[in-house]
Design a protein around this ligand. Sequence first.
Ligand SMILES: [Mg+2]
Length: 193
Amino acid sequence: MIHHQYLQPSTWFALLRPSLIRPDLALRSINDLDISLLQKKGIKNILFDIDHTLSAYHAPHPSILVKVAFEELKSTFNCVGLTNFNHSSEKGPVMRRKREVEEGFGMACIIPLNKKPSPRAFVGAMKEHHFNPEETAMVGDRIIADIVGGNRAGLFTILVRPLHLGTMPLFYRVVTLIERSIFHLYTLFHIIE
Ligand SMILES: [Mg+2]
């Protein structure tokens, strides 16, 4: 189960550009998200990664660890899920997962044809929901998919640590390890503050 966006060299080259991988905020989880700070920044909308940001891998509900904070964010901002769902390229499972997220998480969900980190994934989601990039935040656990993609699309980007890491497939654990190691190196050498 190797996924095409991670087979493109341009995906990995992004890690060589500190300005692209730097999130506007790096938090432990959405529990630490300061709602009034986001409001001061003019944020009205949030695009949420699902797996390991709000739940375990492919889970049908938000994790108990972040459920309260998630409900509060949903009542304050226009929230939409934006998940790659690489599990299958068939239409049936994709539509099933979309419905499952929409019912279980209580928000609209987009599974883009052009996967994150393609800016088209973000632009398409914002267009569908009439969001302006200046008023939209992207929250996710993956540096390449969520932060690089969100930065390229001009969003306010928020990196969280992956929830329920034990449920993450090995391939993604390796991706996470590589991208987090590079991120920490940049931080260590003050390339990223
Ligand atoms: Mg994720």
